[in-house]
Design a protein around this ligand. Structure first.
Ligand code: HEM
Length: 219
């Protein structure tokens, strides 16, 4: 940096090396399919920002959840937009993560030395599904209620531990206020924390190893 203040900061923080490693690293000549990971990341950031904004008005209790969502949609300035971005962003994130994974499969990019990038990706995929499942219940309307009855019943057919999983998910035998509180907590605390940590590891690996080149036929 040219200014004395810039030099002073650079000597102490060493940010240029980090900037260089992230934004000025060498990358192979790739194509548009390689933007799918970044597109997923973009939507993940959208989900975090709009999700945080939604919690300002959303109330996670059976008596208020539905009304609070309606209030956000019809009364809060730009509430419809924030909710819409979060709602459609959720579907977009699933679609983009799947397309990104397919790109990785078709290019064989999961192979050595990227096994750990793949593994953290698999965990990210599971987390994305978890977000969808827990978020679906939050509006607490008929669709949400019955979808979660079915979703938890599906988990119940797991051999041996199925009943136990159902009780953990519902917080008892039935779908109650405890279930809603539980899903809300997982949706806004557990999953975002796990997602953030895993994205950091995933991207660290992408930068450390470098992305794979487009596979070519042997001459
Ligand atoms: C929240 C979800 C995810 C985010 C934000 C994300 C982000 C990224 C980004 C930005 C890249 C580098 C650019 C690219 O290759 O597209 C990448 C690469 C990679 N991702 Fe993901 N990813 C996610 C999910 C997944 C999933 C579900 C898998 C597979 C199960 C996966 C496996 C990989 C692999 C193996 C690479 C290296 C590709 C290469 O070097 O060519 N990722 N990811």
């Amino acid at each position: 940096m040219a200014t004395p203040l810039g030099d002073w900061l650079e000597q102490r923080l060493g940010l240029q090396a980090i900037w260089h490693a992230i934004f000025q690293r060498n990358v192979p000549k790739v194509n548009w399919l390689y933007t799918l990971g970044s597109a997923t990341l973009f939507v993940a950031i959208n989900q975090m920002i709009t999700g945080i904004l939604l919690t300002i008005y959303y109330i996670p209790s059976p008596d208020n959840a539905y009304e609070s969502v309606m209030y956000i949609t019809t009364q809060v300035p730009a509430g419809w937009l924030i909710r819409g971005l979060h709602h459609w962003g959720a579907s977009a994130m699933v679609v983009l993560a799947v397309l990104h994974m397919l790109r990785v499969i078709f290019h064989g990019a999961y192979k050595f030395p990227r096994e750990m990038t793949w593994f953290t990706g698999v965990l990210l995929g599971i987390i994305v599904i978890g977000f969808g499942f827990t978020g679906y219940l939050l509006p607490w309307d008929q669709k949400a209620y019955w979808a979660t009855i079915i979703g938890t019943r599906i988990a119940e057919v797991t051999p041996i531990i199925g009943e136990w999983i159902l009780r953990i998910m519902r917080g008892g035998e039935e779908l109650t206020a405890v279930t809603l509180a539980r899903f809300f907590s997982v949706h806004i605390w557990f999953l975002p924390a796990a997602l953030t940590v895993l994205i950091i590891i995933h991207l660290y690996l992408v930068i450390r190893i470098g992305i794979s080149a487009v596979p070519k036929q042997q001459e």
